[in-house]
Design a binder for this molecule. Structure first.
Ligand SMILES: C[S@@+](CC[C@H](N)C(=O)[O-])C[C@H]1O[C@@H](n2cnc3c(N)ncnc32)[C@H](O)[C@@H]1O
Length: 257
C-alpha cells in the first residue's frame, strides 16, 4: 500500500483508535515490561495516539514520531511526549547517534523495506543504544483471512512477514538480540464487531480494499456473507481475532565496526 494511503487511513482512524486498541495496549505493555533499562532520549516510532510514549518510565526525553498527521495530533492532544515529528520510519529526519533508544509497537509491519527501517534505526541510535519493537507475524488475523476465502478469491487481509524474514532484515550487527513470538487473542461476540474494530484500528486496509471501494463491491450482502463465514471459521462460543506478535530487543554494540 502507498505510504500516502497508510498515513491517510491511520489519520482517519485516529479519533476512534484508542477505543478499539485493547490488544494493542496489552502488546505495548508487554513490550515495555520486557525492555532493558531505558534512559535519555527515546524515539517512539509509529507512536499512533501515543500509548507507548505515555507509558515509558519517567525522566526520559520522548520524541513521538508517526507517518500519520492525525495520529500525531491525537498523541499531542494527550500530552504523550516532549516533541512530535511527522515522518516515515524508513527515512528518519534525525541525526546520527542522537537516540539512546527507539521503541516501536505494531508499526513497522507497514514498512515497505524493513531492512531500510533497521538501517535507519541503527544510524540514529548511539553506540550501546537499544531498539525494542513489536510487529506482526503471518498468522495474524488468520480467522479473517479464512472467512474472506469462503466469500471470494481476492486478497483482503494484509500479509505479514515471518520471524526469519524480520531477523534477516535486522542484519547481523546487533548484540544481545532477543526475539520472541507470542499470540495475543481477542474475543468477540459478533463478526460485525470484529469488522468494526478492525476498521477503527485502521488495520483492515489493503490495496485490494482500495480497489473494492472504487468498485463498490463491499456491499451489505457481501458483508453478511463474510460475517457468516467468520462465525463458521470460529466454531466455538466466542469469535477470536488472533495477533501473531513478534517481540524484539536489539542492542547496537558499544563499539560498532
Ligand atoms: C497499529 S498503530 C500502533 C500505534 C502505537 N504504537 C500503539 O501501539 O498503539 C500503527 C502506527 O504506525 C504508523 N505507521 C505506519 N507506517 C509507518 C511508517 N512507515 N513510519 C512511521 N509510522 C508509521 C501508523 O500511522 C500508526 O499510527
Amino acid at each position: 500500500m502507498h505510504k500516502q494511503n497508510i498515513a491517510r487511513e491511520f489519520s482517519r482512524a485516529a479519533a476512534g483508535y484508542d477505543q478499539a486498541a485493547v490488544l494493542q495496549r496489552e502488546i505495548a505493555g508487554r513490550l515495555l515490561a520486557g525492555s532493558p533499562h531505558l534512559s535519555g532520549r527515546v524515539v517512539d516510532m509509529g507512536c499512533g495516539t501515543g500509548y507507548v510514549s505515555r507509558h515509558l518510565p519517567d525522566g526520559l526525553q520522548v520524541l513521538a514520531l508517526d507517518i500519520a498527521q492525525g495520529m500525531l495530533q491525537q498523541a499531542r492532544h494527550l500530552a504523550s511526549a516532549d516533541a512530535y515529528v511527522n515522518a516515515d520510519a524508513e527515512a528518519l529526519p534525525l541525526q546520527e547517534g542522537c537516540a539512546d533508544a527507539v521503541v516501536s509497537s505494531l508499526a513497522v509491519q507497514w514498512c515497505h523495506h524493513p531492512a531500510r527501517m533497521f538501517a535507519e534505526v541503527w544510524r540514529v541510535l548511539r553506540p550501546g543504544g537499544w531498539l525494542c519493537l513489536t510487529t506482526l507475524g503471518p498468522r495474524t488475523l488468520w480467522e479473517l483471512r479464512a472467512a474472506w476465502a469462503a466469500v471470494d478469491q481476492e486478497e483482503h487481509v494484509n500479509r505479514f512477514a515471518s520471524l526469519a524474514c524480520w531477523q534477516q532484515a535486522a542484519g547481523h550487527g546487533w548484540v544481545n538480540q532477543h526475539w520472541q513470538a507470542r499470540d495475543s487473542v481477542a474475543l468477540y461476540d459478533s463478526a460485525r464487531q470484529v469488522m468494526r474494530d478492525l476498521k477503527q484500528l485502521g488495520a483492515s486496509h489493503t490495496d485490494a480494499a482500495e480497489v473494492h471501494r472504487g468498485r463498490a463491491l463491499a456491499g451489505r450482502q457481501r458483508l453478511q456473507a463474510l460475517e457468516h463465514a467468520y462465525e463458521q471459521v470460529c466454531s466455538g462460543e466466542a469469535l477470536t481475532v488472533t495477533y501473531d506478535v513478534f517481540y524484539a530487543y536489539l542492542q547496537k554494540p558499544c563499539n560498532p565496526l
